[in-house]
Write a new protein. Structure first.
Length: 178
């Protein structure tokens, strides 16, 4: 009886709170890499390189990844399917490349929850041998109410940022140690 009462009180509170939350996730993270801006840009523009640094893709060692288009150019795409719920099934495509400053990518999840996102790698030369990589992410901006509830309950912004930070650390290690 107590459990039912708690549920009957908690569910409406969560639904009301979701009305006042942002529509989607907006976050960013940055790291400085001791490599020239053009070298970092060339590496990031190739989707296949994400297998080396993207923490999200490293969750499932048996993830199935396919590529289409000319990697390193606008229009190139990457799709994956995983049995792990966190990885799910998704597709991403390079929308634009503005060498050597910015790469824009559209990300579409089919599973576990259908949603869309865009992210940008923004590269700033700190000097001729050092680059700041800022990863900006805007996800699930469509006004789907259920996604707002999901964001609230699962603290998705924190989770996304955690993967971004781990990925940027992997990127730094990969580029600086090769």
């Amino acid at each position: 009886m107590i459990t039912l009462t708690i549920i009957l009180i908690a569910v409406p509170i969560i639904l009301i709170l979701a009305l006042f939350t942002r529509k989607g996730i907006t976050t960013k993270s940055a790291i400085d890499i001791d490599r020239p801006q053009q070298q970092v840009f060339d590496y990031l523009s190739v989707l296949k390189n994400q297998e080396q640094y993207n923490a999200w893709l490293k969750i499932d060692p048996k993830i199935k990844i396919t590529y289409s288009g000319t990697d390193g150019q606008a229009g190139s795409a990457m799709s994956w399917e995983s049995n792990y719920r966190k990885d799910g099934k998704a597709h991403q495509q390079v929308v634009s490349l503005n060498a050597p400053e910015q790469i824009e990518i559209e990300l579409v999840f089919e599973q576990p929850v259908p949603s869309k996102a865009r992210y940008w790698f923004e590269l700033t030369a700190l000097n001729e041998n050092s680059t700041r990589v800022t990863w900006r992410y805007e996800g699930n901006t469509a006004p789907y109410y259920i996604l707002r509830v999901t964001h609230l309950l699962l603290q998705l912004k924190k989770r996304v940022r955690k993967y971004m930070e781990a990925s940027l650390t992997n990127l730094k290690n990969t580029l600086e140690n090769n």
